[in-house]
Design a protein around this ligand. Structure first.
Ligand code: HEM
Length: 422
């Protein structure tokens, strides 16, 4: 693999390295007759078409797209993993969305930084999202999940997204940060407004009068004047620029909300499709973490993020130049048949153990690997345990929607009926 540094970290358990043919022999280094398909992450593909396109991309693993100013696409597990590990070459500091959100003045802390700037904010996130803090609120997460499910079960039919998948992550984040109920009540609406604003590639949408930023800035200011025993107060006391503190809070709410919502809905959809899976998990709850991991692999909430090359890289017979944008297509890597046999099949029992289940790239890998993964998995596990008290019946097909910049994938609405399990 010419021109690419390998990080010293061990490969994830169960991971198989794929050998490349000699570089420079062909356009893309892959067998005769392979041509690269057109790819534009803003072109919204249906659930089936998306994965068919990814299969074509993996056959031509270093492909070029001229969309959004031009970028390279890495779609094989091995390549995405290696690029995610190698932050010195594949930098996040020029942004991870393509094109950059219109009107954005500052990069998102941690997510859009490289070490050493990244490290300060990463440590702060690690503190907010520590296992200890998350474990301390487990019972509250369970109470919220149970109440949401009970409300949904009282309806003849209801939307799983609105009733359950949206409120649970929002309430959880608010609890971790120390936000009051009136502030929490506005988070979802303002997050959606923020996402719909940045989602416009033309950037023409006028900024709303009151934004998520305004709400969170007011919280920081209030804590400076009237400190409390909560995380926003702790944050307000850090020796950090105000813009960095605000970015930290916005990042927490956006990164911790839509992703978890999407993961919860995807798993509920799969349970709705497979009554046998519901039975199996209800009978053997120890399998729930693997079902969650399989759902994250199978329909990854974050389909891609972008890096900028800090030097020339030769890969698969292709030379990518310093300054070029490279898309890490997590959603395609997670369906790579060289790593997962019959990858389009949902199979919670394909893993040797929980560690093997955790090697998917839905949380990324390397220094940027999702710092909220333990929180997300705790929420998803508790939610699934509570959900399995009911039989979930689908009442229609879900609508998959692109949420932000072709990077996030979510289900907008999932009509279901819940019946108490006898
Ligand atoms: C199932 C749910 C989730 C998924 C699929 C997910 C996915 C991801 C991915 C793919 C990255 C890597 C970004 C990169 O490599 O550029 C990431 C980073 C991050 N996630 Fe998550 N995430 C989830 C839940 C959460 C939660 C609950 C939080 C809590 C606030 C969170 C906060 C973050 C933050 C702050 C980063 C940036 C980390 C860094 O750059 O060091 N995420 N997430």
């Amino acid at each position: 693999m010419a021109g690419r540094e390998r990080a010293a970290r061990p490969a994830p358990a169960g991971h198989r390295r794929v050998r490349y043919p000699a570089a420079g022999t062909r356009w893309n280094g892959y067998g005769a007759g392979v041509s690269c398909p057109h790819f534009d992450h803003h072109e919204f593909l249906g659930d089936e078409d998306r994965y068919a396109r990814y299969e074509e991309l993996r056959a031509c693993p270093v492909s070029r797209s001229e969309a959004s100013g031009g970028f390279w696409v890495l779609s094989r597990y091995d390549d995405v993993l290696a690029a995610a590990e190698d932050w010195r070459t594949y930098s996040s500091a020029e942004g991870v969305l393509l094109p950059a959100p219109a009107g954005r003045r500052a990069r998102q802390v941690a997510l859009e930084q490289d070490p050493p700037e990244h490290t300060v904010y990463r440590q702060l996130y690690a503190e907010l999202l520590s296992r200890q803090r998350v474990r301390a609120i487990e019972e509250s997460i369970r109470a919220t999940a149970a109440a949401c499910l009970q409300r949904l079960a009282s309806l003849e039919q209801g939307d799983f997204v609105e009733q359950v998948a949206a409120p649970v992550p929002i309430e959880t984040l608010a609890l971790l940060l120390g936000l009051d109920a009136d502030v929490t009540a506005r988070l979802r609406e303002l997050t959606l407004t923020e996402l719909s604003h940045v989602n416009r590639p033309d950037g023409a949408a006028p900024r709303p009068a009151f934004t998520l930023m305004d709400l969170l800035r007011a919280e920081l200011e209030a804590r400076r004047e009237n400190p409390r025993d909560d995380f926003v107060t702790l944050l307000s006391r850090q020796d950090l620029p105000p813009v960095g503190m605000l970015s930290f809070l916005v990042g927490t709410v956006i990164a911790g909300h839509e992703t978890t919502l999407s993961a919860a809905t995807n798993l509920a959809y799969q349970l709705g499709r497979e009554a046998a899976l519901q039975e199996r998990l209800a009978a053997e709850p120890a399998l729930i973490p693997r079902a969650i991991a399989e759902s994250l692999r199978h329909r990854s909430p974050v389909q891609n993020f972008v890096r900028t090359l800090t030097r020339d890289v030769d890969l698969g017979g292709q030379t990518m130049a310093a300054g070029d944008k490279v898309m890490l297509l997590f959603g395609a890597a997670n369906r790579d048949p060289d790593q997962y046999a019959d990858p389009d099949r949902f199979d919670a029992e394909r893993y040797v153990d929980d560690r093997d289940a955790g090697r998917h790239l839905a949380y990324g890998w390397g220094v940027h690997r999702c710092v909220g993964a333990f929180l997300a998995e705790t929420e998803l596990r508790i939610l699934t345990e509570e959900l399995l008290r009911y039989e979930l019946i689908l009442r229609g097909e879900p609508r998959f929607v692109p949420v932000t910049f072709g990077a996030f994938l979510a289900i907008e609405e999932l009509p279901v009926t819940l019946r108490p399990r006898s």
